[in-house]
Design a protein around this ligand. Structure first.
Ligand SMILES: [Zn+2]
Ligand SMILES: [Zn+2]
Length: 142
């Protein structure tokens, strides 16, 4: 990715439903990845999750850090799911497969990016009607 002069000053913010957990993201937002795994379905309460894979250093938490749940995902690798233990909103996750990365849930952003997802993973676990036609796909994780 090229570093546009504005990228370092771009600031995105987000947080949970009740406002107790807030974060800020420095820099540009990456392409959106949809995850159809059964654990994302359950934690999102929806058909799939929408994710932004960021460098952990790009994200700073205001006030209380989020609560964490040690998940045992389908991939078999470790996955820490970050959420608000007051209102239950899913906020982010840390995957053992991607050290140094923080995977932020798109729906927690104050102003989610307008661009549609560019990739989808775990389509083997997807609800058939929820698969994005024509999108680059991984049957399982990446
Ligand atoms: Zn909350
Ligand atoms: Zn998932």
């Amino acid at each position: 990715m090229t570093s546009a002069p504005t990228s370092s000053s771009t600031l995105h913010a987000g947080g949970c439903l009740c406002g107790q957990r807030r974060y800020r993201i420095a820099g540009e937002l990456p392409a959106v990845v949809a995850c159809h795994c059964s654990h994302c379905r359950r934690t999102s309460g929806s058909a799939y999750s929408l994710n932004l894979v960021l460098d952990e250093a790009q994200v700073s938490w205001d006030g209380l850090p989020p609560a964490a749940y040690a998940d045992q995902p389908e991939s078999g690798h470790t996955l820490e799911r970050l959420f608000c233990d007051r209102c239950g909103s899913s906020l982010a996750s840390r995957a053992g497969l991607m050290p140094g990365k923080l995977i932020v849930k798109l729906g927690s952003l104050d102003a989610p990016p307008a661009d549609a997802p560019r990739m989808q993973v775990w389509t083997d676990s997807a609800l058939p009607w929820a698969v994005f036609a024509g999108l680059p796909s991984a049957a399982k994780g990446r």
